[in-house]
Design a protein. Structure first.
Length: 240
């Protein structure tokens, strides 16, 4: 979030600096009887822009500490964009010198920049759907009819109900197949059984971000070592 704020501050500073440059360029075309009069004309020219967005300058930085930053920035940059388009159109209608052409380029670049920022902020302000939790599921003994006869290059037939189970599970969770088998072999098996559509990943690495591990040889540790020891001593997979 901090980097996002910093980028917008830099854009805001850039906009004010380029307008200041614009004012210096126009100084050469301001008729004045003395240097003092020219300086006064320059200040009037610079603060002319602030007529369009004095409040925005304040809200821009105040919004950094509030939850309203998204809408404030979008409205603020929208007003600034309106001002730059008005300036661009005015210069375009009266463009007669290379100096005017330079101003057109200057304002054109700023218009493109502001439009880019507004689009970025609108996309950033859209609510994001919360990411689904990840579940790691063992293959043998869970999704197939494995019964202890392990074959390296062959996977047992799919278990009845596996398709419906993964289909329903995928509505609320992301699914990873957690197995030591060859990934290509597993992928082909999933494709043949039309299960690949529900699977996000196939891995033999325990993912620390997985919320649940589903395995036919697993014991849930609830913090009680004595109870867990008894479960281990009496444990056997359901298919034995």
């Amino acid at each position: 979030m901090t980097s996002f704020f910093n980028k917008k501050i830099l854009v805001f500073i850039w906009i004010n600096i380029t307008y200041l440059i614009y004012c210096f360029l126009r100084m050469g075309n301001i008729p004045a009887e003395s240097d003092f009069a020219r300086s006064v004309a320059f200040l009037e020219l610079f603060y002319e822009a602030w007529i369009y967005y004095p409040v925005i300058n304040l809200l821009f930085f105040a919004a950094l500490k509030t939850k309203l930053y998204g809408n404030v920035y979008i409205v603020g940059f929208g007003i600034i964009l309106y001002y730059y388009i008005a300036r661009f159109t005015n210069i375009l209608m009266n463009c007669k010198t290379p100096y005017d052409a330079g101003l057109l380029i200057n304002f054109g670049i700023n218009i493109c920049l502001i439009i880019t920022v507004i689009i970025f902020m609108i996309r950033k302000s859209k609510p994001k759907m919360p990411r689904k939790k990840l579940i790691s599921i063992d293959l043998d003994g869970v999704l197939n009819t494995y019964s202890g006869n392990y074959a390296k290059n062959e996977i047992a037939p799919v278990k009845d109900g596996a398709f419906e189970f993964l289909q329903k599970l995928s509505e609320d969770y992301r699914i990873a197949i957690f197995t030591v088998r060859d990934k290509t072999l597993v992928r082909n098996w999933l494709i043949r059984n039309d299960l690949i559509q529900f699977v996000e990943d196939i891995t033999d690495v325990k993912n620390p971000f997985s919320s649940i591990f589903l395995d036919d040889r697993a014991i849930n540790f609830d913090g009680d070592f004595d109870k867990t020891y008894r479960l281990i001593k009496n444990f056997k997979p359901y298919w034995k």
